[in-house]
Design a protein around this ligand. Structure first.
Ligand code: FAD
Length: 309
């Protein structure tokens, strides 16, 4: 069995594996796709101490750093079930391929995925004007016109944030009214360069083959179709944690995030968690790495306090 088994190979999982392996304990990492969301990212300019890098480059560096240590890397493996420790003190992680892994402690770092609009042009222009993370990509649209899709807290926060960087923001909400907290809505309405459109269904992302040029939406009341000229579209309709497989075993928040304390401990003894899959307030690479390191150190602390050798 492993001492620490990490499930998920994004920045959180890679950091956890390195911190665990550096303690000289048996460490494994199982990941559906090593690199995680970083693989889908183009420019990264907020990975502190590195002015600019690209997703695939950072993902390769993550894997190389893990390979510097004696870590059992199991790539292209999807976990389907977690079984808490029984009398033998071993936690079991079952894989979709039928295999099962046992470990004295586990770090869950299965990340999250952005909910997509699912309209023509969205996938084609991803990273070419279609963006999901205002903290990451906001500055790329300095002085340009953008839309934010979604009038919940994250959409309205994104619109307020972007209004300070871009020339104009159009916030598009499907419902007849915004769902964000009133204090955020007041702040939003006070901004001169933000327009809010409610009862609007986004139907298409327009582009010139290279980058985004516009957005088409249908007015759900009148039924007519409108077109906005712009350079960027931030989709803020939800971040879905990859935790479906943990339902009923590990305590999850109403949004499906793994509930952790400030040491990364979950509701299951010996099981820790880190990164975008958890209740951590901000979802970023540096934050996921810090959280992965925390979880691995907590797992080590758990091991030296438990009786088995
Ligand atoms: P993830 O990166 O999501 O990794 C999850 C890992 O778990 C993957 O290996 C996945 O395959 C695996 N996994 C999932 N389910 C299972 C399962 N059941 N069994 C086994 N493995 C599983 N952040 C920044 O700081 N700066 C940026 O510029 C930036 N730009 C971004 C651009 C885009 C387009 C996107 C999508 C995100 C961006 N982010 C950025 C956010 C950043 O990528 C995430 O915060 C970070 O990757 C989270 O790391 P993580 O390890 O928690 O999860």
């Amino acid at each position: 069995p492993f001492d620490v088994l990490v499930v998920g190979g994004g920045p959180a999982g890679a950091a956890a594996a390195i911190y665990a392996a550096r303690k000289g304990i048996r460490t494994g990492i199982a990941a559906e796709r090593f690199g995680g969301q970083v693989l889908d990212t183009m420019a990264i300019e907020n990975f502190i101490s590195v002015s600019h890098t690209e997703g695939p480059k950072l993902a390769a560096a993550l894997e190389q750093h893990v390979r510097d240590y004696e870590v059992d890397i199991m790539n292209l493996q999807r976990a389907s079930k977690l079984v808490p420790a029984g009398a033998d003190g071993l936690i079991e992680v079952q894989l979709e391929n039928g295999a099962s892994l046992k470990s004295r402690s586990v770090v869950l770092s299965t990340g999250a995925r952005w909910r997509q609009m699912g309209v023509p042009g969205e996938a084609e222009y991803r990273n070419k004007g279609v963006a999901y993370c205002p903290h990451c990509d906001g500055p790329l649209f300095k002085g340009k016109r953008v839309a934010v899709i979604g009038g919940g807290n994250s959409g309205v926060e994104a619109a307020i944030d972007l209004a300070g960087i871009v020339s104009h923001v159009t916030l598009i909400e499907f419902d007849g009214q915004l769902r964000a907290d009133e204090v955020l809505q007041r702040k939003l309405r006070s901004l001169p360069n933000v327009e809010v459109i409610v009862s609007a269904l986004s139907t298409e992302v327009l582009g010139d083959g290279q980058k985004v040029t516009g957005l088409v939406y249908t007015d759900r009341v009148g039924g007519d179709s409108h077109r906005i000229e712009l350079e960027g579209i931030f989709v803020q309709i939800g971040l879905l944690p990859n935790t479906e497989w943990l339902k009923g075993t590990v305590e999850l928040s109403p949004r499906g995030e793994i509930i952790i304390d400030d040491r990364g401990q979950t509701s299951v003894p010996g099981v820790f968690a880190a990164g975008d899959a958890t209740t951590v307030p901000y979802k970023q690479i540096v934050i996921a790495m810090g959280a992965g390191s925390t979880a691995a150190l907590s797992a080590f602390d758990h091991l030296i306090r438990s009786s088995a050798p």
